[in-house]
Design a protein around this ligand. Structure first.
Ligand code: CA
Length: 515
């Protein structure tokens, strides 16, 4: 007997079940568990089951529905005794769903009791929104000004921020649009409204300041038309714009001086603000994952889902996104929609994205990879559910198209359609009005955003240990058998309230900013 066999036989077996209605659970232990292992429930393993793979919790009849995440992930091809390894060859896969004939708002909304008494310390804005940070943003209308704005932001940080200690940061909102882009083309509305709506993010306190070149197609008044946003101070006549081609600018330094001096009154107003106690319902939390692994859908994402339910119960807004991550579980989204109209909006957004990918001749690979299968994911529905579980169990109350902003009072669970790419998803959630971001990772990514705190949740203890100064919460303790999904979800919920009140995340500590 070698040492690893001894270790395997002496280890406490840990199974992770996603829902009480599930008839399979997965093995969490490193290296899996050998046949004959007695599980905590008394069930004895009939087979050796690899880590991340499924065990039948009850006898499954031939043709019986196999449920995980309380969702059918397949049908038994033969009778499967309790304690058996349920590998993908034993499962008849559900067909990949087309976007026609879907169940629309068919699932009754779960009874989620209101959760009262939770609050955080935030910055109340003139438009009624609440910021978790107090940041000056400088909007740019065209990529041409990016270099100048970068210089100006650097000077503002060095020369002005020390004078206004209550201001957290200053950020330049850079992008690659504005001039050559055909701004009247049908899809150009997306980057334009994204830029506009990010400028109005609650963490920017309603202080809108724009740097323009002068000759660009996307003129400041077109980006932010008068009356389209509240002015922070009624003494201001309108949009505050520094135009670099203005004849008054003589030389580079005069442009920089102008931007820096124009920032001063904005900083002074931001600096005078104070945090006040606001209900947890003012949180607007965007969730996403990146660098996922086999445990993303078993530890971190379910814990985030549990916290998402707590947030919805507290009256907050929770956005989930990442079209390509959820596309193969579309049936689960449309059936969970609160109304048929919401279900139709989900289909509209996913259909738009399917066609967008088709135009780019990008193949939406509908099959799980060999690596997914080796990790225990039998098929596309199970894989998608690992991502969708971040959204918790509430009914999907509304849908946002990419770059759209939440309406005042748009609370509850929102599907905000975005690509899965980390910084693009984060950017579009910022445009929607996100004031707090939750990001789960298994392989590890040092992601952060300039405009909003990012709380990073590790799927495994190994990652949390190695990246001890990058990960804010370790959901790997669920796989270690030390914490339940519910306990970790509550821990995350409380951490979110602390971070919203000003506690720094690791990404903020190191100033890691992908967008
Ligand atoms: Ca992502």
């Amino acid at each position: 007997m070698n040492s690893s066999t001894r270790a395997a036989s002496s280890v406490t077996p840990v199974l992770i079940s996603m829902h009480e209605a599930d008839n399979v659970a997965i093995v969490a232990n490193d290296g899996g568990l050998p046949a004959g292992t007695v599980l905590p429930s008394g069930l004895v393993l009939a087979d050796k089951v690899p880590q991340g793979h499924k065990v039948a919790l009850a006898d499954l009849a031939d043709g019986e529905t196999v449920r995980r995440y309380n969702v059918p992930i397949g049908y038994a091809r033969q009778a499967i005794p309790a304690g058996s390894w349920v590998h993908e060859r034993l499962l008849q896969m559900p067909a990949a769903r087309a976007l026609q004939g879907l169940p629309m708002a068919t699932r009754p909304a779960p009874a989620l009791a209101p959760l009262d008494g939770y609050s955080f310390e935030g910055y109340r804005n003139a438009d009624g929104s609440v910021g978790t940070r107090n940041i000056l943003a400088i909007t740019t209308t065209v990529q041409c000004v990016a270099g100048v704005v970068a210089h100006a932001v650097s000077r503002i940080k060095t020369e002005l921020l020390p004078l206004f200690p209550n201001v957290d940061d200053v950020v330049g909102l850079e992008h690659s649009y504005g001039c050559g882009v055909a701004i009247d083309a049908p899809d150009a509305v997306i980057p334009i409204r994204t830029l506009k709506n990010i400028s109005l993010n609650p963490n920017f306190g309603g202080e809108v300041m724009v740097v323009s070149l002068g000759c660009e197609k996307l003129q400041p008044e077109r980006l932010l038309p008068p009356g389209s946003f509240p002015i922070a101070d009624e003494r201001d006549s309108g949009l505050d714009v520094v135009c670099l081609q203005d004849a008054a600018h003589v030389g580079f330094m005069s442009m920089l001086d102008d931007i820096v001096e124009r920032a001063r009154p904005h900083l002074a107003r931001l600096n005078a603000r104070r945090r006040e106690t606001v209900p947890a319902s003012e949180l607007v939390v965007g969730v996403q994952c990146g660098g996922s692994d086999a445990f993303s859908g078993a530890t971190a994402n379910p814990a985030v889902g549990f916290a998402a339910d707590l947030l919805v119960r507290a009256g907050a807004t929770v956005m989930f996104s990442e079209n390509t991550e959820v596309r193969d579980g579309v049936e689960q989204l449309t059936s969970r929609a609160a109304t048929p109209e919401v279900a139709e909006a989900i289909v509209r957004e996913l259909d738009w994205y399917d066609r967008y990918l088709d135009r780019g001749r990008v193949d939406r690979s509908a099959n799980t990879t060999p690596g997914n299968k080796a990790g225990g994911l039998s098929n596309i529905v199970e894989k998608a559910m690992g991502s969708i579980i971040k959204s918790g169990s509430a009914a999907i109350g509304s849908v946002l198209a990419p770059g759209e902003k939440l309406a005042p009072g748009q609370k509850g669970l929102v599907f905000a359609a975005t690509p899965a790419s980390d910084f693009i998803c984060g950017t579009l959630q910022l445009a929607a009005g996100m004031n707090l971001h939750v990001f789960t990772t298994g392989r590890g990514t040092p992601y952060g955003l300039a405009a909003c705190p990012v709380v990073k949740v590790a799927t495994r203890t190994d990652l949390a240990r190695r990246w001890h100064d990058l990960m804010d919460l370790n959901a790997g303790r669920i796989a270690d058998g030390e914490n339940t999904i519910e306990e970790t979800g509550w821990e995350l919920f409380r951490l979110l309230l602390d971070v919203a009140s000003g506690r720094r995340t690791w990404a903020e500590h190191w100033k890691l900013q992908n967008a």
